[in-house]
Design a protein around this ligand. Structure first.
Ligand SMILES: [Zn+2]
Length: 210
């Protein structure tokens, strides 16, 4: 689960990190972190298919190893897979060597899948300069400019949806979570949000097109 807001200092500390795509087109970039999960990922895939939308799934390697058939469904749906570490590590609390080894372990778990791309999202949005400088050699590191906060238990779906509608712009990178914990919120918010995107003429693309 990432931080509730884009870590603003990261925008000048890490100039190569992607927060958002081109604001001139009609694309936005839906992303789903922490999966795959049997119920949540299946629900997300169905919802995306119903709207002819593409997205990027930042998978946790341990979950990917448990549910290889879900990775195949992600690929079959025309989506992308990115690296979210093997064990969902917090970069601020993890030594460089361990962080890089865990990320490589995740890459090895995902790379056989044709949907895999060298995209990396640090769990919690937390990455140190040293970690970033090493990983940028190999990955495009992607944070976000809009986060659904679908993991919060202290607010309602309507508030979540209103926030998403207010913050989404052309080129936005939006974070959701395809995890069991977030599924109740996703069920209420994601279909309505997809309708909203359509009504604005916005289309979700996978991050390899950013
Ligand atoms: Zn995460």
């Amino acid at each position: 689960m990432p931080l509730p807001r884009t870590p603003i200092p990261a925008q000048w500390l890490f100039p190569g990190i992607i927060f958002r795509g081109d604001a001139r087109g009609n694309a936005v970039y839906l992303t789903f972190d922490d999966g795959p999960d049997p119920q949540a990922t299946a629900f997300v895939l169905q919802t995306l298919a119903a709207h002819n939308a593409e997205a990027t799934f930042f998978a946790v390697g341990e979950n990917a190893q448990k549910y290889p058939q879900l990775l195949e469904q992600i690929a079959a749906g025309g989506h992308c897979l990115g690296n979210h570490t093997m064990k969902h590590l917090n970069g601020f609390h993890t030594p460089l060597r361990q962080y890089l080894a865990d990320t490589e372990h995740c890459r090895l778990a995902l790379a056989p899948n044709p949907a895999y791309r060298p995209l990396f999202r640090p769990p919690y949005g937390r990455i140190t300069p040293a970690q970033y400088l090493r990983l940028r050699r190999q990955y495009r590191v992607v944070l976000w400019d809009v986060i659904a906060e679908d993991y919060r238990t202290d607010w309602h779906a309507e508030a979540c949806l209103q926030k998403l509608k207010k913050q989404t712009r052309r080129g936005s990178v939006i974070v959701f979570h395809d995890s069991a914990r977030c599924l109740p919120m996703l069920r209420q918010v994601l279909p309505a949000y997809m309708e909203f995107l359509g009504s604005c003429g916005l289309q979700s693309k996978s991050l390899d097109q950013i």
